[in-house]
Design a protein around this ligand. Structure first.
Ligand SMILES: C[S@@+](CC[C@H](N)C(=O)[O-])C[C@H]1O[C@@H](n2cnc3c(N)ncnc32)[C@H](O)[C@@H]1O
Length: 234
């Protein structure tokens, strides 16, 4: 409960639009105390998973939220993921969207928040965890920055998940590039809307997410605000 009010306070401090704040409040009850439900889904999805630190299951907190929000979505075939780490989110998308194809982009060298992580091991775990999908061509791996990827990409996607470099400047660039590579009717899933790593609150992802949504609201048909923000393009 206190976490909810802290987030609310910070969203107000950074000057979030009222419709984002109201949307966040509306999602409190449906997502309150759903840890147990997410755990159940976690056991089902990750039967064998290699990890350097089993406490680093950031993505797993969102399993119930994502599963509920993408219950009746049948047409998601091509997914792009910016930021894959050991493969937890990629495996969720592959299993949730009936063996869609996923393009995973990661430098496997981390960013500000990963100062003591051995990325050789992280990449090795990614390869082990996704071996089955890489070998049957359901997962394509691109070891490069998101900027490099978008420079050479000419494909359009049904869903793009942004979870790479979390500085507001890079989130802004990833948002613009992703929007341009998203099909009409496609979804953006934006991780870490309520992640307050940088003391200067405006340097966190929320600032760029707010600005992007404000600017593009007329082209957005569905918006769900929680720890991850889901946007559907008109
Ligand atoms: C929080 S982790 C991703 C977690 C993953 N989605 C999961 O569910 O476990 C962020 C990842 O983004 C990658 N990254 C950081 N900066 C990047 C950039 N500019 N382009 C692509 N990937 C980047 C890091 O190497 C790291 O693996």
């Amino acid at each position: 409960m206190t976490k909810f009010f802290k987030n609310l306070y910070r969203l107000i401090l950074i000057g979030s639009p009222l419709f984002m704040i109201v949307n966040y409040i509306r999602n409190f009850l449906p997502n309150y105390k759903t840890k147990k439900k997410s755990k159940k889904i976690e056991h089902f999805i990750y039967d064998k998973f290699e990890s350097v630190n089993y406490n680093e299951k950031w993505f797993c907190n969102n399993l119930n939220y994502l599963t509920n929000n993408f219950k009746n979505t049948k047409n998601i075939k091509d997914v792009l993921e910016i930021g894959s780490y050991e493969g937890r989110s990629a495996i969720f998308f592959l299993k949730n969207f009936n063996y869609c194809n996923i393009t995973c982009v990661d430098t496997w060298s981390g960013s500000d928040e990963h100062n003591i992580v051995d990325f050789n091991l992280i990449e090795k775990n990614f390869d082990l965890n996704t071996e089955f999908y890489q070998s049957n061509n359901h997962l394509t791996k691109h070891k490069m920055t998101s900027n490099e990827f978008f420079k050479q990409n000419n494909k359009y996607f049904d869903l793009i998940y942004i979870d790479g470099d979390h500085s507001s400047d890079q989130v802004k660039i990833d948002l613009i590039n992703s929007w341009n590579s998203l099909k009409n009717g496609g979804f953006l899933v934006l991780d870490d809307y309520l992640w307050w790593y940088y003391k200067d609150l405006k340097k966190n992802p929320s600032t760029s997410i707010n600005n992007f949504i404000k600017k593009n609201i007329s082209n957005i048909s569905k918006l769900t605000v929680w720890h991850q923000v889901i946007i559907q393009k008109n």
